[in-house]
Design a protein around this ligand. Structure first.
Ligand code: PFF
Length: 440
């Protein structure tokens, strides 16, 4: 059977933006920004996105478009004669499953909050509500529901499922967040939130430069879906050759734009209706943003309407990312093991049902997977993909980069290749070392 492909370039870009825009933008980004002192974190993070994220994204695109394969098949095929590169790709396939295991738990929380927003049942006691629903049998049930929707979209295939769904969801997310941000920034008291977010204050960088760099690097990779092979897989479905550098830049700009927009909703809301960040930074845990925002909804007029829009946007963002996680192992089974898309999707969903349920019942395991393990796996994975692109593909990577590229992009090809060979893997390996050291 012929391999699937995107119907259009816009479809590919929207699917990739859909993968990038997710809980990382709306849930992890405001939480990290609050924890690391606001605007300073934003600046460091933006620099890493530009200097590491965009070149890394283009490297994954190069591998994917050149090989037209899932990550494991791609690396094995492009480096014939050595088995070990295939294992680097396989590591990415496994990372996809690990990611989906914790991501679907958070997706389940969002689904639950979305449903509960119609009546506002969680407004009265935001902390107690979150405590009740976040882990245990109910969390597992909602996680299963979220996974089922994810699986249904992936079952529809590249064009009929992923491309169609992201084409509908992405514009809705932007409109909803845009309207909410426009409203939030004009609320009395929102100004303090805005200045926390946007007025540059270097003190947090001076206090803990390494910690900040580490957190910003982890966040940059997570938000751009790098180091897993999602972007390899999505680029493998490209039919014609367009400029990968251009597409990568557009995707990064749109992703960052949505992240910043989400911050423009969350921070003004918290400062205008909750008097600040106490709930978010207290303990710094993953649920804080839910409690903080939920508390704000209680205080505002028509809180239910705002809440439905807010959690609706996040739900779509989460789904357009979770489908990209499931698509990696599905593509692997379809490409390499000759399994049908249907059987691959059903089988893998069954597997994540088990691993996800483990996360839904164990806050300790969930926390470890969601922060420490994922950061380590993404950093190691991207370092592997970059070394592969720079040293194994070498000049061939440049040829692939140039194919379909305009004049400006071509001029950037050589500096791109050199950074992919040298400075970027070194930066990632240093980040990995610091992360490992922090675990001791
Ligand atoms: N980029 C997604 C987000 O910000 O929520 C998360 C993600 C999706 C990470 C897919 C990695 C991935 F392969």
């Amino acid at each position: 059977m012929a391999r699937e492909s995107w119907a259009s370039r816009v479809g590919f870009i929207l699917a990739a933006v859909g993968s990038a825009v997710g809980l990382g933008n709306v849930w992890r980004f405001p939480w990290m920004t609050a924890e690391y002192g606001g605007s300073a974190f934003l600046v460091v993070y933006l620099c890493i996105v530009l200097l590491v994220g965009v070149p890394g994204l283009v490297a994954e695109f190069v591998i994917g478009r050149k090989s037209k394969r899932n990550p494991a098949g791609a690396l094995a095929r492009l480096a014939p004669g050595t088995k070990s590169w295939g294992y680097v790709g396989l590591f990415g396939v496994i990372t996809g499953l690990v990611l989906l295991s914790f991501y679907s738990v958070v997706g389940g929380w969002i689904l639950r909050y979305f449903a509960a927003s119609f009546t506002g049942s969680y407004f009265a006691e935001p902390s107690a509500y979150f405590g009740r629903i976040s882990f245990g049998a109910e969390a597992a049930a909602f996680q299963v529901a979220f996974l089922a929707v994810t699986a249904l979209i992936v079952l529809g295939g590249v064009r009929g499922g992923i491309e169609k769904a992201t084409k509908v969801m992405m514009p809705i997310i932007v409109v909803l967040l845009g309207v909410l941000a426009g409203w939030a920034v004009t609320q009395p008291g929102a100004g303090t939130g805005l200045s926390f977010y946007l007025d540059f204050d270097p003190t947090p960088i001076q206090n803990d430069p390494i910690g900040m760099l580490r957190a910003a690097a982890g966040q940059a990779l997570f938000t751009l879906s790098l180091g897993v092979g999602t972007m390899i897989t999505y680029a493998s479905y490209l039919g014609e050759d367009n400029s990968l550098a251009f597409d990568g830049s557009v995707i990064s700009v749109l992703n960052t734009g949505v992240g910043v927009l989400a911050g423009l909703v969350v921070f003004p809301l918290l400062f205008a209706f909750q008097g600040g960040l106490t709930e978010v930074t207290e303990g710094g845990e993953s649920g804080a943003i839910f409690m903080g925002v939920a508390g704000a909804f209680r205080e505002m007029p028509y809180g239910e309407v705002v809440a439905v829009g807010f959690f609706g946007a996040i739900l779509f963002a989460a789904l357009s990312s979770s489908i990209s996680m499931l698509e990696i192992p599905v593509a692997y089974l379809v490409d390499e093991q000759d399994v049908s898309r249907r059987n691959a999707t059903v089988g893998l969903t069954g597997l994540v049902l088990v691993t996800g349920t483990i996360c839904a019942f164990n806050p300790g395991i969930f926390d470890f997977v969601a922060s420490t393990l994922v950061d380590l796996m993404l950093t190691a994975g991207l370092a592997g993909f970059l070394v592969f692109t720079g040293w194994v593909l070498g000049k061939d990577a440049l040829t692939e980069f140039d194919s379909g590229a305009g004049r400006i992009a071509r001029a950037l090809g050589t500096p791109w290749l050199w950074s992919v060979r040298t400075i970027l893997p070194l930066f990632l390996l240093a980040t990995l070392a610091v992360n490992l050291y922090a675990m001791l």
